[in-house]
Design a protein around this ligand. Structure first.
Ligand SMILES: Cc1cc2nc3c(=O)[nH]c(=O)nc-3n(C[C@H](O)[C@H](O)[C@H](O)COP(=O)(O)OP(=O)(O)OC[C@H]3O[C@@H](n4cnc5c(N)ncnc54)[C@H](O)[C@@H]3O)c2cc1C
Ligand code: SF4
Length: 585
């Protein structure tokens, strides 16, 4: 597809920074409104199908799917015993990736920690710098939030309520469902609203056993709600329907784009309108301000490869660089009018940083499936989601908020969760006999949004492009640790209720950041003194500046965020287009 050249002389209607879930959605909505939009993306446009190779067999890959020997991806242990910047001590590794970058299929998608350092407290910060950002490799669990999340303060007194309620965002969730496709089953749960689902995947035998086993405990297990089109999308020529094949389990992306990714789902269709100019390799280092009007005037970007510096102009600037990068950019954009960073008169930019705690989980064995003929469970976009059950009707004595579990079972290319030991033919036979009987799940719990969890600019360390890096001040608190303890116990009680033999119970909490669901660093709110954005993700301080990614979240809930990021962004961009038309921006 030919990309129009960026025109440095014109003033675009809107400049979007970042091309992931948020930036892609902004491009789709604003170009549909007829606006002339410039999309700036720091990474390159990769030949993504050649990177993902979803149908490649391990034996056809030089390293059996793992990284080449000159590269390294950080392990849990290394995150525990080392401090950021993680590049120090790994000088011999040509490329150093976060924990998620351990496969040959994602090595060009995730960033090199040598080039992108950060400092402060330990954090497994997973970043993807390329067209589409992290959506090229996301896990696709696509969940809605509810008023249990938006109005959580009303329930337990902690933090702030969102400035919107479910009824205001529900029509936008519907639009996202219909435009991008989602699979799942209706459950009619007030705390996990249903989507407009396409054909769901099937639960397998052990998963059904667990579902039935926990029903008497009033707990709900449902099919993985995947941001995948199982029936196809007539309006999108870039995406195929899911054929239940390939490497979904590998989480290395879907090379026929049945799983949503921002380029094929949003950006290419936006380019087809003729209203979108895409500039990749454009690392934005500052949002500029007209010192006369106080409004955003455009952005300075560095060509990521040639290091040449450019300035582009826009009537509106939309920041969508991902939660932590967006906060960094606002903090970098200091000026006499905004000495603490842009949109930061409240002092809340970078603060209230929240996400999901992970680690506790369980592996078990359905004994009656041992020795049964294997089933075909590869090529499913996910297994199951076990929904939140804490602090709904009753109040838990030890912690507030909730958690859910993601899990799966069945026969897959690589036998999972086995505790099989031994050697040679006997070992192989044991693995075959047991593999379809294993079932496992891990918890995702809400990390409370606390002011004292924050990022700021490091005064000394810079990235490869000379841009100051982030310094983290972020730790899980007591509420999270008590919740993690409960996850371990309830996982065990539910596997017992299902009659599984328990193979392993995990109580280890993974490093902060592991969930890859960073949120909250420029939160929305009605009060400009305690929030950065209003309910339309518009800066309280600078009315033609919008921040449309996860940084706008007021709390993390325990549901995965991407579907909500996109629904909110759609709502905000409809408002933006209206305001621009009326001359209010
Ligand atoms: C392995 C994995 C599994 C996941 N699983 C799930 C899941 O199951 N469910 C779920 O809801 N979410 C999941 N996520 C998270 C999901 O991918 C993110 O929530 C989503 O991609 C966020 O979108 P975004 O647009 O904010 O950020 P991104 O997708 O990260 O996009 C940001 C873009 O901005 C660009 N950028 C950054 N800085 C600059 C700059 N200065 N100038 C220009 N461009 C810039 C980046 O290069 C990037 O392309 C997962 C993520 C990963 C990696
Ligand atoms: S199972 Fe479906 S969504 Fe997953 S990789 Fe295969 S085709 Fe893509």
């Amino acid at each position: 597809m030919a990309e129009p050249e960026v025109n440095l002389k014109r003033t675009y209607d809107a400049i979007i920074i970042g091309s992931g879930a948020a930036g892609g959605m902004a491009a789709h909505v604003l170009t549909s409104h007829g606006l002339q939009v410039l999309l700036l993306e720091a990474g390159k446009k990769l030949p993504i199908e050649q990177e993902l190779r979803s149908m490649e067999w391990p034996y056809d890959n030089a390293h059996r799917g793992f990284l080449p020997p000159d590269s390294h991806s950080l392990t849990f242990n290394e995150y525990t015993i080392r401090n950021p910047p993680y590049g120090a001590g790994f000088e011999k590794a040509k490329h150093l990736h976060s924990y998620i970058g351990s496969s040959d299929y994602v090595k060009s998608i995730v960033v090199d920690e040598h080039e992108n350092p950060f400092t402060g407290t330990n954090y497994a910060w997973v970043r993807a710098r390329c067209l589409g950002g992290k959506t090229n490799i996301w896990g696709r669990l696509a969940l809605r939030l509810s008023d249990y999340d938006f109005k959580a303060k009303d329930r337990d007194g902690f933090g702030e309520n969102w400035p919107i309620s479910y009824s205001e965002i529900a029509p936008y969730y519907d639009k996202v469902d219909l435009y991008l496709g989602i699979t799942g089953v209706k459950e009619n749960l007030p705390y996990l609203p249903d989507s407009i689902f396409q054909r769901p995947t099937k639960l397998n035998c052990a998963e059904l056993t667990l579902k039935q086993g926990i029903q008497k405990m009033d707990r709900v297990l449902t099919q993985y709600r995947a941001g995948v089109t199982s029936e196809g999308l007539k309006h999108n020529k870039y995406r195929s329907r899911c054929y239940g094949r390939g490497a979904c389990e590998r989480k290395g992306g879907c090379d026929i784009h049945a799983a949503f990714d921002s380029p094929t789902g949003l950006i290419y269709p936006a380019m087809d309108t003729g209203n979108l100019t895409l500039r990749t390799n454009a690392t934005v280092r500052e949002i500029t301000i007209d010192q006369q009007t106080g409004k955003a005037s455009g952005a300075h970007f560095i060509d990521s490869q040639t290091m040449t510096d450019y300035h582009v102009r826009g009537k509106v600037v939309i920041v969508a660089a991902s939660t932590l990068e967006s906060a960094r950019l606002l903090l970098l954009s200091k000026s006499p009018l905004h000495p603490n960073g842009l949109a930061n008169s409240s002092g809340h930019v970078g603060h209230n940083f929240c996400e999901h705690i992970m680690g506790p989980g369980i592996a078990g064995r359905a004994k009656d499936l041992v020795g049964k003929a294997p089933t075909l469970d590869d090529g499913r976009p996910g297994g199951f989601y076990l929904t939140r059950f804490r602090n709904l009707a009753e109040k838990h004595p030890k912690f507030i908020r909730g958690y859910g579990f993601e899990g799966g079972s069945g026969s897959t290319m690589f036998p999972r969760g086995t505790d099989t030991h031994g050697f040679g033919a006997d070992f192989k036979q044991e693995v075959r006999k047991n593999q379809g009987a294993f079932i496992g799940m891990g918890g995702f719990g809400e990390v409370l949004a606390r002011y004292e969890n924050f990022v700021e600019l490091d005064p000394a360390v810079k990235d490869k492009w000379g841009i100051p890096s982030l310094r983290f001040h972020y730790k899980f608190g007591d509420n999270e640790h008590r919740m993690a303890e409960d996850m371990k116990e309830t996982a065990q009680e539910m596997f017992e209720a299902a009659g599984f033999e328990i193979v392993h119970v995990n109580s280890r909490v993974l490093t902060e950041g592991w969930s890859i669901h960073e949120l909250g660093t420029a939160r929305m709110g009605n009060d400009p003194k305690t929030s950065v954005l209003n309910q339309f993700e518009q800066s309280h301080d600078v009315k033609n500046l919008f921040v449309v990614d996860g940084s706008a979240f007021v709390n993390a809930s325990c549901q995965n965020p991407t579907w909500t990021i996109m629904a909110l962004c759609w709502r905000s961009c409809d408002y933006l287009a209206d305001e621009l038309r009326q001359g209010n921006l």
